[in-house]
Write a protein that binds this ligand. Sequence first.
Ligand code: MTE
Length: 362
Amino acid sequence: MPLSEKHEETKTYDDILNAGPPLNQLAREFVTPTDLFFVRNHAAIPHLQLDSYRLGVSGMVTRELSLSLEDIKENFEQRRLTATLQCAGNRRKELVSHKPIDDQLAWDIEAIGTAEWTGVRLGEVLAAAGISSADAAHVAFLGLDTLLRDGARDAYGSSIPLEKALGCEVLLAYAMNGEDLPLAHGCPLRVVVPGYIGARSVKWLSDIRVQESPSDNHFQQVGYKLFPPHIDMYNVDYADGMQLTKLPVNSVIVRPQDRSLLPAGKVAVEGYAMSDGEHEITWVSVSPDGGASWQRAEFINAPQLWTWQLWRAEFELPPGRHELVVRAWDSAANSQPETIASVWNFKGYVNNAWHRVGVTVK
Ligand code: MTE
């Protein structure tokens, strides 16, 4: 599937592009090559007129701003940050096999990637606009992509608390892995909110609004809300849902893949772990026998904030069926629940149960 696109003056797509890397290419490198970085879109990629592009900043600000990409690049310091983006729907496939989830993408473990983002700090753009009210508590974003819902056209949107928006890690990014942001990833400008579910990192950013309450956009008020396992589409009251923000601790076995047939001998088990980004992953345990015994995995990269932690363990496995399991902890002692049943939710978000992979050794 085409994952990377060089942008042109105008570009159109008829279909909604959603794609991830082949599982055998996932997490092989600490920084994900751009053409292997997953793409998650809720609407068609918008038609862009790059010459007339403007970012609006409004709401509870002293000065409303209308900035071209050049204004942004010239007036604010360029910042670089390596950060992992993970979709709230990553690992939905396991939730679906526990109990059906309708009308959602059944992502396996590939809706995650790490990139070096270049851009400017959102906090510095907000400082230039000036926060005008002590009641300001949220920063809402709108993208240029639109969806038709109940007869009306709405832009994709989302918000984050003002406190997070002012964090040094939150960027308005115009480049990814050293090149102009590709069209599929939000060219010419996107938000990057490290540590939060990917949905808050709004692509094709057109508007920033400082306000008292979270965004009233569908993707803040209906989508990306978490409910306990006993709630379903028939008894849900969306007003009660928990708006997803930080990612919970998670860890995933990438190699070997589920249902692999392996030669007898040493088996290398590799994968990634991720937290809310503010806390490093401190420990990853891997079990070769369904959780009966555990071994500490070694880290492949030095732990760092805002990114995934790649890890590796090795086992001598005798012939037969084996269930490999992984679980992780972060520096705040957060860890993962054991069962899929305890995290199942009817929209299939933030599955962070222990990850299990079945293999057969010949
Ligand atoms: N921004 C806009 N404008 N439209 C979208 O559909 N999808 C969100 C977010 N930003 C989306 C968006 C979701 S759900 C995710 S997980 C990330 O973008 C994915 O970013 P990527 O496609 O660059 O991997």
